[in-house]
Design a protein around this ligand. Structure first.
Ligand SMILES: *Cc1c(COP(=O)(O)O)cnc(C)c1O
Length: 402
C-alpha cells in the first residue's frame, strides 16, 4: 500500500524544457498571451495550460503541488510561501465573521496564536478541546461551527488524532475536518483516513534541508480553486505565494522523502527505546508506553515507522537548558526550533516553539517546562549518537551511572 504511495510520488516527474532530468524553473512573474481573448478567459479561471501571473500559479509551483497531491492522495494541491500561509489561507477561505472553529488544544504555537489572538479581530471564535476525547469535540460543536482543526500527531505533546472518528463527527455535522500533517508525511495518509483538507509546513520533513520555509494545502479541485480565485480566494488575495526557485528545489528534495522518513523514524525509535530503558521519561508514538500506541498502529503506514519526533522530560527548565547546551557542545545536534533536518534539532517547547501559549494554559495541557522536543536526524551511526546523549544525561543527573 505505502509502496504504491511512494511510487506515485516518485513517478510524478517533469522533464526540463531541453530534456533536462529536472523540470525547468519558471523565471517569470507574468506570462504573455498570443490572443487577447485567452487572457480574459484565464482571468475567469478557465484556460487549461495558460498562466496569468505567478501569484496565481506558475509552472514550477504546479509541479510541486502535483507531487504533494500524490503524497496526500488528494485531487490537487496549492503551495504557499510558508506553513502558516497554508493554514491561515485555508481557515480564512472557510470562515467568515460570526463563525466558530473547534480546534485541538495541542497544536503548533503559531496556529494556536492565530486562532486565539488574531481571528477574534474578525469575530471568528475558537474552542480549544482535548482532541483525544471525542465526546468533547462533538460537544463543542455549535450551529456556527465551520470546521474541526487538528494535527495528525500534535506538537509538541505527540497526541494522536483519531482521524477516522473525527471525520465521522465532522460528516455528521456537515463540516470539514482540517488536518495539519506536518509531523507525519507518508506515515499518516490523512485524506485516506477521512480528512477533508490536509495542510503541511514544507519547511520540515518534506523539504528536509532547512534552507527555506514553505507550505501546502492538499484538497479537492473545488476547494483549491476557490482559494486561488481572483475574486475572493484567500491564497490569491492574501498573497502567500512561493517563489518558483524554491518550489523547484523543494520538489527535488521530495524525491528522497521516503528514504529520509524511514531513517528519521528508525533513529527516533532506537533513541526512545534506549532512553526509556535508561529510566528517562520519553514520549514517542512507537513506544508501547505511549497512551495512543494502539491507535497509531491502526492508522499509520507501517514501513515508514512512527516518525522522527520524540520528547523527554528533563524535570525542569534549568536541567533541560543545561542538557541542550551540553548536547550541542558534543555535536549531537543543534539547539534550534524546527524539525526534519539531517542533524538532530532540539528545543524546550515551553520557552521555544510553544511559547505563544501562556504558562497557565501550558500547564493545563500537560506541557511541562522541562520538556525537550527532539527531531532526530539522519545519523548513520545512531549507536554513537546514543552513547553521546547518554553521557550528557548522566552528567546532568538525568540518568544514574550504571
Ligand atoms: C512549523 C509548523 C507549522 C508552521 O509552518 P511554517 O512553515 O513555519 O510557517 C505549522 N504546523 C506545524 C505542525 C509545524 O511544525
Amino acid at each position: 500500500m505505502s509502496n504504491k504511495l511512494v511510487n506515485k510520488v516518485q513517478d510524478t516527474h517533469f522533464f526540463g524544457e531541453f530534456g533536462g532530468v529536472n523540470a525547468s524553473i519558471s523565471d517569470s512573474a507574468t506570462y504573455t498571451f498570443l490572443a487577447a481573448k485567452t487572457m480574459g478567459d484565464t482571468f475567469e479561471g478557465n484556460t487549461e495550460g495558460c498562466y496569468l501571473y505567478s501569484r496565481h500559479s506558475s509552472p514550477s509551483n504546479l509541479n510541486l503541488a502535483e507531487a504533494l497531491a500524490q503524497l496526500e492522495g488528494t485531487e490537487t494541491a496549492n503551495v504557499t510561501s510558508s506553513g502558516m500561509g497554508a493554514i491561515t489561507s485555508t481557515i480564512l477561505q472557510i470562515c467568515s465573521a460570526g463563525d466558530h472553529i473547534v480546534a485541538s488544544r495541542t497544536i503548533y504555537g503559531g496556529t494556536w496564536a492565530f486562532l486565539k489572538n488574531f481571528l477574534p479581530k474578525l469575530n471568528i471564535k475558537t474552542s480549544f478541546v482535548d482532541i483525544t476525547t471525542l465526546a468533547k469535540i462533538e460537544a463543542a460543536i455549535t450551529k456556527d461551527t465551520k470546521m474541526i482543526y487538528c494535527e495528525s500527531v500534535s506538537n509538541p505533546l505527540l497526541e494522536i488524532a483519531n482521524i477516522p472518528e473525527l471525520s465521522k463527527i465532522a460528516k455528521r455535522h456537515n463540516i470539514p475536518l482540517i488536518v495539519d500533517n506536518t509531523f507525519m508525511p507518508l506515515i499518516i495518509s490523512a485524506k485516506k483516513l477521512g480528512a477533508t483538507i490536509v495542510c503541511h509546513s514544507l519547511t520540515k520533513f518534506i523539504n528536509g534541508t532547512n534552507d527555506t520555509v514553505g507550505g501546502a494545502v492538499c484538497a479537492d479541485n473545488h476547494f483549491i480553486n476557490s482559494t486561488k480565485s481572483v475574486i475572493d480566494g484567500a491564497a490569491m488575495l492574501l498573497g502567500p505565494v512561493m517563489d518558483s526557485f524554491r518550489s523547484a528545489s523543494i520538489l527535488k528534495n521530495m524525491r528522497t522523502l521516503a528514504i529520509r522518513i524511514k531513517k528519521h523514524s528508525e533513529n527516533a525509535l532506537y533513541i526512545s527505546e534506549q532512553l526509556e530503558y535508561d529510566g528517562v521519561s520519553v514520549v514517542y508514538p512507537g513506544l508501547k508506553s505511549h497512551r495512543d500506541y494502539e491507535l497509531i498502529n491502526s492508522l499509520y503506514n507501517k514501513e515508514f515507522g512512527y516518525g522522527g519526533i520524540l520528547t523527554i522530560d528533563a524535570g525542569n527548565l534549568e536541567k533541560a537548558n543545561k542538557l541542550m547546551e551540553l548536547m550541542q557542545e558534543k555535536g549531537i545536534g543543534f539547539l534550534a526550533v524546527s524539525l526534519g533536518f539531517y542533524k538532530t534539532l532540539f528545543n524546550a517547547p515551553g520557552t521555544g516553539t510553544s511559547s505563544e501559549i501562556p504558562l497557565d494554559e501550558q500547564e493545563e495541557i500537560g506541557l511541562s517546562d522541562g520538556l525537550i522536543r527532539f527531531s532526530m536526524g539522519l545519523d548513520y551511526d545512531i549507536v554513537r549518537t546514543y552513547k553521546l546523549m547518554r553521557k550528557c544525561m548522566v552528567k546532568i543527573g538525568l540518568i544514574s551511572k550504571k
